[in-house]
Design a protein around this ligand. Structure first.
Ligand code: GLU
Length: 479
């Protein structure tokens, strides 16, 4: 892919909650687009909703982005030439530009009260009209304005919407045309002095010299208002790329009730950040050679907006689990041990020394989809086991009893530590003695030792559990 020059993109979350997978995907697309083109990735905090924005939420957004391995070149914590990067710290800028728009006739003060607006709105809805501002304050004379100001009537500032349409080429969706008649004169600055999202976002994207706005499709209607601001300020608008929604498997919009909808959930469940990043990237983007699991440098090399699809992406939890499992398989043992640490049950920590704990992690590596699976998978190492029904039935058979009796005799005669090798020897000679092999030989032993006839290499499990425990479990199973 040819590189574009001077690319500047931004991720602009509102700090009113957690980072959701949709937001994370938007951040990933912007980040990869910037890195692919050697451009700049800006993080801007859109905290103009003073009531809902919190600093805790901002901190958790930053932490979640960092966890995903996303870094930014300009932002509230690192600064940069176009700061401040929190909208709440840019109020003077919005005020100045509002004044500029009033002076050029693109905006005007509006003294309508919320009650009046609400009443008119209800009337329009009752007449089956699309609600829009009726223009009451559109043409107030200077004297009217002065009188209302003198009477201290709260004043909002509205954008004067002209005729016409916003025509633009969306990098994902192609040619777009949004008629101005879709909106009435809209508020850019509220009576409390705070800018509205569409105004602040367009002002900042302009001042921060953003070249491409990559964001979710739900923002498409906002683009109409934002383009009006660029036009009024005589600026070129950035290239827009509206990315299709992420749906749950039932094709409804992905939400909390589907579970694992935030990055924090993914982290707590024990997904690896690289796997989560990789999976989210594939929600709407595909590699030119259809590669799925790939390292970060390949993602950066291959990323382009052209390969963002037009169809909604479906969040497939099974695929995410599978992919995470693939990433876990590839970890070196030291790293996996470190990552499993928070999930290590106390009974393992207290009951096994460091070397054995490490061996348990190694044995279970292939069976983990998420790190959070560890305690359940590790249950086979408990000193006492609970038989699954299938195991119980098997242990009651004559042939199982013959296998176990032979194993108990061999273990009784064994001195020294149990190793995978000498345990294997015992199994093989038991097999010869009782003339059984395969499942008939292995299932009773595994079942008696772990409670389940399925599971990882039983010779390694036996070596970890130790001779005495294995002996006791096998004896218990026969009686
Ligand atoms: N603050 C907006 C949001 O979180 C940003 C939308 C945009 O990217 O323009 O949805």
């Amino acid at each position: 892919m040819a590189k574009l020059k001077n690319v500047r993109v931004r991720f602009a979350p509102s700090p009113t909650g957690y980072l959701h997978v949709g937001g994370a995907r938007t951040a990933i697309f912007n980040y990869l687009f910037a890195r692919h083109n050697g451009g700049t990735f800006v993080l801007r905090i859109e905290d103009t909703d003073a009531e809902r924005s919190t600093r805790e939420s901002e901190l958790s957004l930053l932490e979640d982005l960092r966890w995903l391995g996303i870094d930014w070149d300009e932002g509230p914590d690192v600064g940069g030439p176009h700061g401040p990067y929190r909208q709440s710290e840019r109020m003077g800028i919005y005020r100045d530009i509002t004044d500029q728009l009033i002076a050029s006739g693109h905006a005007y003060p509006c003294f309508c009260t919320d009650e009046e607006l609400e009443r008119k709105r209800a009337e329009m809805v009752a007449r089956s009209e699309a609600p829009h501002y009726d223009g009451t304050c559109r043409n107030l004379s200077a004297a009217d304005v002065a009188a209302k100001r003198a009477a201290k009537i709260p004043e909002a500032i509205r954008f004067r919407v002209g005729e016409g349409a916003a025509r633009f080429e969306d990098a994902v969706r192609g040619a777009m045309e949004l008629g101005h008649d879709m909106v009435g004169d809209w508020v850019i600055l509220r009576s409390n002095g705070l800018p509205t999202y569409n105004f602040a976002a367009a002002v900042d994207d302009g001042l921060m010299q953003i070249t491409h706005v990559i964001r979710g499709e739900e923002h498409l209607p906002n683009t109409l208002r934002q383009i009006m601001i660029y036009d009024a300020l005589g600026k070129r608008h950035p290239m827009f790329a509206h990315v299709p929604l992420i749906l749950a498997e039932d094709r409804s919009k992905l939400s909390k009730r589907h579970g694992a909808s935030s990055v924090g959930d993914l982290r707590a469940t024990g997904y690896l950040p690289d796997a989560a990043f990789n999976y989210l990237l594939l929600l709407g983007w595909s590699h030119p050679q259809s590669r799925e699991i790939m390292p970060r440098d390949e993602m950066i090399k291959a990323f382009s907006i052209e390969r963002i699809g037009k169809a909604a992406a479906v969040f497939d939890k099974q695929k995410l689990l599978w992919m995470n499992g693939q990433y876990i398989r590839k970890l070196d043992l030291d790293t996996l041990c470190r990552l499993v640490e928070p999930y290590m049950p106390a009974w393992i920590r207290d009951g096994y020394d460091g070397a054995h704990q490490r061996e348990i992690v190694a044995i279970l590596q292939d069976s983990l989809d998420v790190l959070g699976d560890f305690p359940a998978r590790a249950a086979i190492f408990e000193p006492d086991v609970e038989y699954e029904p299938e195991t119980r039935a098997l242990l009651e058979t004559d042939s199982a009893k013959r296998v176990l009796n032979s194993m108990v005799a061999k273990l009784g005669a064994h001195t020294g530590a149990l190793t995978p090798e000498n345990f294997k020897e015992m199994i093989l000679s038991t097999g010869q003695e009782v003339s059984l092999k395969g499942k008939d030989l292995y299932f009773p032993i595994r079942g008696a030792m772990t409670g389940s006839v399925h599971g990882p290499d039983l010779t390694r499990v036996a070596a970890v559990k130790g001779r005495d425990t294995v002996m006791r479990l096998l004896q218990g199973a026969v009686s």
